[in-house]
Write a protein that binds this ligand. Structure first.
Ligand SMILES: [Zn+2]
Ligand SMILES: [Zn+2]
Length: 415
């Protein structure tokens, strides 16, 4: 059973509840554009994972089959007292590995390039939790390889992996302040707010996934302080709402430095040295200014209300689409959802542009809507799970295009 897929509806419900509480209390912890961008990145990560997730699984399975030291059968992991001890051992081992994976993800440039996506939100709410990278399939699996070499069963490790990720959802909130003794042991909202801060004092702190004890042991713990309120976000802001660029931004500026530096050693160092390190020659020829947090302004381009409403409507459609695609994927595999995913990604892209108030965004969105029916007809695979040959399917698709086009024309005329 895919625990994360089961958890997604609960995530969305909790998110909606937090949004309602936010509006009732007037806290302004949510901005629609930032939350939509976070959820778009999360959607991209989940649907992209349909095509990349096999890489880690392949290496894990290979390590387990060929090189595992102990043979731990699934029967060891039952509900008996000794079985529970094994489960707890697996969960602790995973959390320990997560700590080191997460620490490297912040402290080494190439790993930061993948992980930065999770930190670009300048707000902090449950949507931030779902803001996940699409490129950590390249190397994240390496950090958990020792657990497979030890010989923990695959099913057990995949379960504790899912539990670890699901646990981390609730800590992305500002509505829970301090939790006393729990703040000492567990990763809690207060501890994790520190982790999402760009304040000098809080940088590279609180890497834990479930237990904050790892940070206390390895010297990376920092308490949240009332005299130093957290400023959320990253030092080099994303400054757009493009979920694809969110995944490429850091790779892009590392590539820039690697191309422009003269020495070969530095061309390599750009990727593997401590995050923030730059070759002396490029730092001199292309200097980057220091961030002044006192003058920090959140990225928030003005967008006319009709366009904002249009974007919100499209985003709700995208959420329904992603739930449908998840169901199709679960029942028919990755090949069946290639084109639905491309179509969804195109929608997320134009939603981002519209949210930035770009002049050409409306035209691009009109083109997307015009192409929607022919692309769906020509490229959506006929499978038992995608009912492209039924009348109802086309009524829904046609209705979507007509209503969207009319709303877009209305929004464009009123902007
Ligand atoms: Zn992080
Ligand atoms: Zn986080």
């Amino acid at each position: 059973m895919d625990l994360i897929a089961v958890a997604v509806p609960f995530f969305l419900l909790a998110l909606l509840l937090e949004l309602i509480v936010d509006r009732v209390k007037g806290r302004n912890y949510f901005r629609a554009n930032d939350a939509i961008n976070s959820l778009s990145a999360g959607t991209l990560s989940t649907t992209g994972g349909y095509f990349t997730g096999f890489i880690g699984l392949f290496f894990w399975g290979f390590a387990l089959e060929k090189f595992s030291i102990f043979d731990m059968p699934l029967t060891w992991f039952d509900a008996s007292p000794s079985g529970i001890v094994w489960w707890v051992a697996a969960a602790l081992a995973w959390d320990f590995s997560y700590y080191w994976f997460h620490r490297f993800s912040h402290e080494i440039s190439i790993f930061w390039a993948a992980h930065a996506v999770h930190h670009q939100s300048e707000d902090y709410n449950l949507s931030t939790a779902l803001r996940q990278t699409s490129t950590d399939f390249l190397f994240a699996w390496v950090f958990y390889l020792p657990l497979f070499l030890i010989g923990f069963p695959l099913e057990v490790l995949l379960t504790v992996k899912a539990v670890n990720l699901i646990y981390q959802f609730w800590v992305h909130t500002q509505f829970v302040r301090r939790l006393g003794v729990l703040d000492y042991i567990l990763v809690t909202p207060s501890n994790h707010r520190v982790h999402h801060a760009q304040n000098e004092r809080y940088i590279d702190k609180n890497y834990g996934g479930m237990l904050i004890l790892w940070d206390r042991v390895f010297g990376t713990f920092q308490e949240e302080r009332d005299d130093d309120p957290v400023v959320f976000g990253v030092r080099k802001p994303l400054a757009n709402w493009n979920p694809f660029w969110a995944n490429l931004q850091v790779y892009d500026y590392l590539l820039f430095d690697a191309i422009h530096t003269k020495r070969w050693r530095d061309k390599l160092g750009v990727w593997f040295k401590h995050t923030g390190w730059r070759p002396a020659d490029v730092a001199q020829s292309h200097p980057k200014g220091r961030v002044d947090l006192a003058a920090f302004d959140k990225f928030d381009p003005p967008v006319a209300s009709p366009v904002r409403r249009y974007v919100l409507g499209q985003f709700i459609v995208a959420i329904v689409a992603v739930l449908l695609i998840a169901d199709w994927y679960a029942r028919a595999g990755a090949v069946a959802v290639v084109w639905p995913c491309f179509s969804l990604w195109a929608q997320l892209y134009t939603i981002g542009l519209l949210n930035e108030g770009r002049v050409y965004a409306t035209r691009l969105e009109a083109v997307r809507l015009m192409l929607f029916v022919p692309v769906t007809a020509g490229l959506f695979t006929t499978t038992s799970v995608i009912p492209v040959e039924t009348g109802l399917f086309w009524v829904i698709v046609g209705g979507y295009v007509v209503v969207s086009s009319a709303s877009l024309a209305f929004a464009a005329a009123r902007r």
